[in-house]
Every structure is written in structure tokens, then in C-alpha cells.
Design a protein around this ligand. Structure first.
Ligand SMILES: *[C@@H]1O[C@H](CO)[C@@H](O)[C@H](O)[C@H]1NC(C)=O
Ligand SMILES: *[C@@H]1O[C@H](CO)[C@@H](O)[C@H](O)[C@H]1NC(C)=O
Ligand SMILES: *[C@@H]1O[C@H](CO)[C@@H](O)[C@H](O)[C@H]1NC(C)=O
Length: 490
């Protein structure tokens, strides 16, 4: 005899809470975060060997910086009759491609239309991240730059630091007014043959502006915060002293010592929805570092359960899951469930480690209200209710089927079935077709009182199937194969 198969249904997918990834900075030479736009005089007044020297100088100046977003970004804008953006700030995120690109720059020649180039510079430097320091580094021979005053003032008012290197003493006053004070470290007038002598000083001046001295909050929950900073110490050169407290009066400061190599810390056991202030002081006996601080407010409290879900629903059972687990903060969970609209309500209690259960003994094809509530250690209670339905009960299958050969092409079919709600039986089989070698399907509907019947003109190896029919549908049937002459096979 042939068996039958039961369908398996999965109803709800459980919600998954994804874990936040904390991005930590690479430990390479990452002193700094900022945008540097080189404004390179590429006009005809610059001798070609001067132009190449300036490019070489820029290459050496920028060589030590880590590049890319979150580090230093470099763009190159050439001044000529028309400005030429050689590459924008977001193009190079490694030294190799930057240096190749710098070697590849060709001189524009033409007029020194600095004003037109400054308009482009202004757009480039003001459209990007406002929190990041920005530098316009003007490399020029100082010959007839045009009336740059107004645009330079606007740039500076927008927070851009203007630094300049000039190779001719001509228009020193113009340049003096153009740069951001102090002039001593932001304006360099130098003989092109010896330009490399200013590399270190200018780089220091740049680092001073873009040194990333920020304590940042990179992840925040209701009870914790992750603070991140750019490392200024190594494990040998010193340590960090961190202290933090909520801004509520009377709250005690918490102090921690962190090793010199660290660049982030997680503060835990914070109060929800509370503003904190945290301060980090790099301690080194080699040099003095600035103290960094940040204020942040933790998120409002999350009380479990925030998620209740239902899965693996069957005709008589449902799995209920809840979360998040808050082992330290929940005393116990209570699950209450009852059929809608008017079933009895059942209550089950679980300890704080449990986050799911299977409710059994339910009615098929019925809606239930399921409430999961948590009693928290602090006495607070939080509940969440979901609706769930059980599956329809499968209709009873046929219990037994027997074929007995009677004569050539005839069998006696006998069966047994569950009687409750039974409306009748469907029988199907294949009969021999005189017009074709393909057998044709025959079927008959028999009353519920029948238990057997005789079928004639069976096709060779015909499948004979019997299914019980109930008021709510057809139950699973059974099939057997009738073998000609020799009777039947199961
Ligand atoms: C060099 O310049 C040429 C033409 O100006 C350009 O096609 C090429 O992509 C550049 N190469 C690099 C590495 O920037
Ligand atoms: C933090 O808040 C205090 C008090 O409002 C303020 O004095 C201080 O400047 C703030 N610190 C930062 C880094 O914003
Ligand atoms: C239940 O707890 C287990 C193990 O602690 C965890 O893997 C699962 O995600 C939790 N389920 C929910 C719904 O929180």
C-alpha cells in the first residue's frame, strides 16, 4: 500500500536583531582628518621647471598622510585661463594613485585667472562635510593673481584655512591678506630651487589645522556608549586618562586609565535618556597633548519585551518567542493566551533566561491572543500582545485499501475510513480505451455507507485511488496498483 504525505507549514519568520559593527580606524599614520585642495598656478607665467618643482614639492608634502574619507582628502585645481579640476577630493584614497596623478599633471599655460579657479574651489570646499577642517593650499609664482581678496575672505568666513606658497616676492601684500593668520606659518615665500626647506614647516602647519582631535561617540544605546578617538600615543609613549559622569548634580565621576595604544572605549552601565560628559587626556612625558571631551545623551530605556513573534504554528500548537533577553533586569516572563473572542485564558510563567515556548493543546483553525509580559527587577512591567492562528486540522486520511483480483481486468476494492463527518468516497482508476493505447480515467462518487466495490475493464497496471470526502473537504486518499491477471501490487 502507498502512504500519503502531510504538509508542513511555516508561518512567521522571526525578527532578527542585527548587531552594530563598530568601525575602528586603521592604525597607520592617521593623525589627521581634513580636506586639502591644492590651488596650483599653471599659467604661462610659471616656468615649466618651476611648475614641475611645485608638483614635486606637493608630492613630498603630502606623502606621509593617510588618505581617504575619515583621513586626509586631497584635490588638485589648476589655475589657467580656465580653471581645470585635475582631480577632486574623493578620487584618491591611497598615496600610490595620488603620487601617480601628481606626476601626470601637465601645465595649462595661458592667463592666471585665479578668480575663476577660486569660484570652483569655493564650491568644492563648501559642498562637503562641514565638520571636517578644510585647507586651500595656494601654490603660485605670485605674478598678477587678479583680485582675489573678496573670494579669499568669503572662503575664510566659511571656515576654510588658506595657506600659500609663493616663489616670487612680487605680490607679497596680496598673499598676506589672502592667508589665514598667523602669516608666519601660513605664508611661505621661497626660492623655487630650495623649496624643499619649507616642507616640514608647512606640513606641521597643515597638521595643526587638520589634526583630528575629536572624541566621538560612534555607538550609543540606552545603557552604553562607545567613544572613539584618533590615537596620539603608543603603548610605550604614555596612557590615556578618561573620566565621565552624567550631568546630573551629585553624580560621581568615574575615572579609567586606558593603555597608550587604544583608540576606543565602551562605557557601560549608563543610565538611559541621560546626558553625560566624557573627557580624555593623553598623558605622556614626551609632549603635551590637548584634552578632548564630548557630551552625549543615552537613548531612552528599552524594556523587554520589544519583540514577540509566532512561528511553527500547527493545528494544535504555536511557538511564541520574545526578546530581547535582559537577564540582569528581568525577574520573570508571563505568557497569557486565550482563543478569540471568548476562550479561557491560560497563564504560564518563565524565568528570565527563557525567550520562547510552545503553547500546546490548542484548537485547530482558531485565532488566539498571546500576551507576553515581563516583570522587571525595578518593579516595572511591560507587555506585548500578538494575534496568532492555529492551522486547520488535516482531514482524516483513508485508513486502509485492499485490491483483490477477481477476473481478467476486474478487481474487488475494499477500504476503511474515519466515519465522523464522512460524506462519501471518490474512487478513480484507469480503464482500457478501445480507440487508443492511452488508458482513460474513470471515477465514481460512492455514498458513505459503501466499503467496497468491483471495478471492471481496468487498464494494465491501473492505479486505483480512494479518497474520503468530508463536509470540509477531501481527506488524503490511498492508491494501489492493479496488475493484470496476477492480481495487485502495492
Ligand atoms: C595621466 O593623464 C592622462 C591624460 O591627461 C590620463 O588619461 C591618465 O588617466 C592619467 N593617468 C593618471 C595615473 O592619472
Ligand atoms: C558639554 O556641556 C557643558 C555644559 O552644558 C558645556 O559647558 C561643555 O562645553 C560641553 N562640552 C562639549 C565638548 O560640547
Ligand atoms: C533567544 O535566545 C537565544 C539564545 O540566548 C538567541 O539566540 C535568540 O536570538 C533569542 N530569541 C529572541 C527572539 O530573542
Amino acid at each position: 500500500m502507498k502512504g500519503f504525505s502531510l504538509g508542513i507549514c511555516v508561518l512567521w519568520a522571526m525578527l532578527q536583531r542585527s548587531n552594530m559593527q563598530i568601525a575602528l580606524p586603521a592604525t597607520a599614520l592617521n593623525c589627521c582628518e581634513g580636506d586639502i585642495l591644492l590651488l596650483l598656478d599653471s599659467s604661462g607665467s610659471v616656468a615649466n621647471y618651476e611648475f614641475l618643482h611645485l608638483l614635486l614639492f606637493a608630492t613630498e608634502l603630502l606623502r606621509p598622510f593617510s588618505l581617504g574619507r575619515g583621513h586626509v582628502r586631497v584635490g588638485l585645481l589648476q589655475v589657467g585661463t580656465n580653471p581645470n579640476l585635475e582631480f577632486s577630493l574623493d578620487v584618491h584614497n591611497n598615496q600610490e594613485t595620488l603620487q601617480k596623478a601628481l606626476q601626470n599633471v601637465t601645465q595649462l599655460q595661458g592667463d592666471t585667472n585665479t578668480v575663476a579657479a577660486l569660484k570652483v574651489a569655493q564650491e568644492l570646499l563648501t559642498e562637503t562635510d562641514k565638520d571636517v577642517p578644510k585647507i586651500l593650499l595656494w601654490l603660485t609664482d605670485g605674478v598678477q593673481p587678479g583680485d582675489v581678496n573678496k573670494l579669499m575672505s568669503e572662503l575664510k568666513a566659511q571656515g576654510v584655512s588658506v595657506l600659500a606658497v609663493t616663489t616670487v616676492h612680487g605680490n607679497y601684500q596680496v598673499l598676506q591678506r589672502a592667508v589665514t593668520p598667523p602669516v608666519q606659518s601660513h605664508l611661505y615665500s621661497v626660492d623655487i630651487e630650495n623649496i624643499e626647506i619649507i616642507t616640514e614647516d608647512l606640513r606641521e602647519a597643515i597638521i595643526e589645522i587638520i589634526r583630528a582631535e575629536r572624541l566621538r561617540v560612534v555607538d550609543l544605546t540606552s545603557h552604553s556608549a562607545v567613544l572613539q578617538w584618533r590615537p596620539v600615543l603608543t603603548i610605550e609613549s604614555g596612557y590615556y586618562e578618561l573620566w565621565y559622569n552624567s550631568m546630573l548634580k551629585m553624580d560621581n565621576e568615574i575615572r579609567r586609565i586606558l593603555p597608550g595604544g587604544s583608540s576606543w572605549v565602551e562605557l557601560t552601565n549608563l543610565q538611559p535618556d541621560t546626558t553625560y560628559t566624557a573627557t580624555l587626556r593623553p598623558e605622556s612625558n614626551q609632549r603635551l597633548f590637548n584634552t578632548l571631551s564630548v557630551n552625549f545623551t543615552t537613548l531612552p530605556d528599552v524594556l523587554s519585551p520589544t519583540v514577540v513573534s509566532v512561528s511553527d504554528s500547527g493545528p494544535r500548537q504555536i511557538r511564541v518567542s520574545w526578546g530581547p533577553l535582559q537577564l540582569a533586569r528581568v525577574q520573570r516572563y508571563t505568557v497569557e493566551y486565550g482563543a478569540i473572542p471568548s476562550g479561557d485564558v491560560h497563564t504560564v510563567t518563565f524565568n528570565s533566561q527563557q525567550n520562547s515556548t510552545v503553547l500546546t493543546g490548542l484548537e485547530p483553525d482558531t485565532q488566539y491572543l498571546v500576551t507576553v509580559s515581563a516583570l522587571h527587577v525595578n518593579g516595572k512591567e511591560r507587555a506585548m500582545t500578538v494575534r496568532a492562528c492555529t492551522q486547520e486540522a488535516p482531514l482524516p486520511a483513508l485508513d486502509d485499501l485492499q485490491l483483490t483480483p477477481v477476473e481478467r481486468q476486474e478487481v474487488q476494492v475494499a477500504w476503511q475510513a474515519h466515519q465522523e463527518g464522512l460524506k462519501g468516497y471518490w474512487l478513480s482508476w484507469e480503464t482500457e480505451n478501445s480507440h487508443s493505447i492511452k488508458p482513460s480515467m474513470s471515477s465514481v462518487y460512492l455514498p458513505p455507507t459503501s466499503r467496497s466495490t468491483r471495478l471492471t475493464h481496468l487498464a494494465p497496471n491501473s492505479r486505483v485511488c480512494v479518497s474520503p470526502v468530508y463536509s470540509s473537504g477531501r481527506g488524503d486518499g490511498l492508491c494501489c496498483t492493479a496488475e493484470r491477471h496476477t492480481g495487485w501490487l502495492s
